[in-house]
Design a protein around this ligand. Structure first.
Ligand SMILES: [Zn+2]
Length: 216
């Protein structure tokens, strides 16, 4: 496991500037409080409520990217034990968690890359080839596998649902990065499995914390 490198106030400010420049907005503690209250969610730990997050919302549909930085602004430090999360939500529902970013040497660069890839996914949200309705995210068989679906069967000549690849309409620049990452991750977990470790443990823990955010 690579060494943990925690970032400080200066790096956090740079990250914050980068995300804001790219159309993300900071999630204020008040917004977070209201959101949890509205959804009747109880943060599992006292400290969980204080990390700073950012959100990118699409102007025309209900998908958004949420980034949880693990950085606690009032203390000026990252939380000692946590990863960085990038997820895609439809309204309140988290439909896709990308693999957590461990806080190692290039974590912030990786976060910037994956925040932009997630934003691209939201920006290029594909429409059904048949009926032009926005596609929805559906959970596949694997832990993080996702595909896109159109349930608008009345507008399909054969009255059947249409399914599409998760990467539909994603630009080649993003696909190159994703392919490299998937390959590296597959190699990493092959080695981990040989040692008896289970992939995706972090996401299972994360899901347990916020049951209402789980993919239905
Ligand atoms: Zn359709």
């Amino acid at each position: 496991m690579p060494k943990q490198v925690l970032f400080g106030q200066k790096e956090f400010h740079e990250l914050s500037a980068f995300l804001i420049q790219n159309g993300f907005q900071k999630i204020t503690p008040h917004q977070k409080h209201i959101s949890l209250w509205r959804q009747r969610l109880v943060p599992p730990r006292k400290t969980h409520g204080s990390e700073t997050g950012f959100v990118y919302s699409h102007p025309d549909h209900n998908w958004k990217v949420v980034v949880w930085t693990s950085f606690v602004e009032p203390t000026g430090k990252p939380k000692p034990q946590d990863n960085i999360w990038v997820l895609i939500k439809e309204n309140d529902l988290a439909l896709y968690f990308r693999p957590p970013i461990r806080r190692t040497e290039f974590a912030l660069e990786r976060l910037q890359t994956y925040a932009l890839i997630a934003k691209t996914r939201v920006l290029v949200r594909p429409c059904c080839d048949e009926c032009r309705k926005y596609l929805d995210i559906k959970k596949g068989k694997g832990l993080r596998s996702r595909y896109l679906v159109c349930n608008n069967i009345n507008k399909h000549p054969d009255k059947k649902i249409r399914t599409y690849n998760w990467d539909k309409d994603m630009p080649e620049e993003a696909l190159v990065i994703l392919r490299d990452e998937r390959e590296a991750r597959a190699k990493y977990w092959k080695a981990q499995r040989a040692k008896g470790k289970i992939p995706g443990k972090a996401i299972l823990i994360r899901k347990k914390w916020k049951p209402a955010e789980e993919v239905k």
